[in-house]
Design a protein around this ligand. Sequence first.
Ligand SMILES: Cc1cc2nc3c(=O)[nH]c(=O)nc-3n(C[C@H](O)[C@H](O)[C@H](O)COP(=O)(O)O)c2cc1C
Length: 184
Amino acid sequence: MELKDAIRLRRSGARITAEAPDDVQLAQYLALAAHSPDHAALRPWRLVTLRGADRERLGAALVAGFGDEPGSDSARRTAGKATRAPLLLGIVAAIQDHPKVPEWEQVAAVVAMVTTLELVLFDAGWTAMWRSGPGTEMAPVKQLMGVGPSEKILGWLYIGATDPDGRPGPEQDPDLADRITALA
Ligand SMILES: Cc1cc2nc3c(=O)[nH]c(=O)nc-3n(C[C@H](O)[C@H](O)[C@H](O)COP(=O)(O)O)c2cc1C
């Protein structure tokens, strides 16, 4: 697919079916995405795969974090957030002490990498959707994800095959005429 077509046609999809890229494919996609802009090439991120029953462990950590009554409807809804795709890729910003690269630039590098990864996944025929929410800050979730003191969970990329009935249509090019100006 031509780059400009991939950029125009890529859409996040909430409706994702049971198939997902395997670890070998994922490593190939990541090798491409890791070419994204990254001040001092710190690669200030790590990714955590959750497949199968590991997603249920995340669901249980979310239930504990939200304080849902075990067995309640709200606990079932909360736990269900973690099984909406066959593969959840935890995005962890691993911030390093660096004399020239402040934290915000490192977070920007993570976002650049993940955005490229979404495009690479789309080009390879998969659907991805970046989701975050209050769970990223919850102690049981951080513990499950093995998040250290200098790390921050930026969310999870929900990855799988596109449900043909739930494929979102292409977006119109937005009107951005007022977003580029020269100096006054
Ligand atoms: C850092 C980040 C976190 C996000 N978290 C959520 C989320 O928790 N729930 C949600 O519905 N969309 C979330 N989104 C938005 C979707 O991933 C997606 O970008 C949005 O629905 C627009 O769809 P599109 O990618 O097809 O343009 C998030 C996006 C980013 C960049």
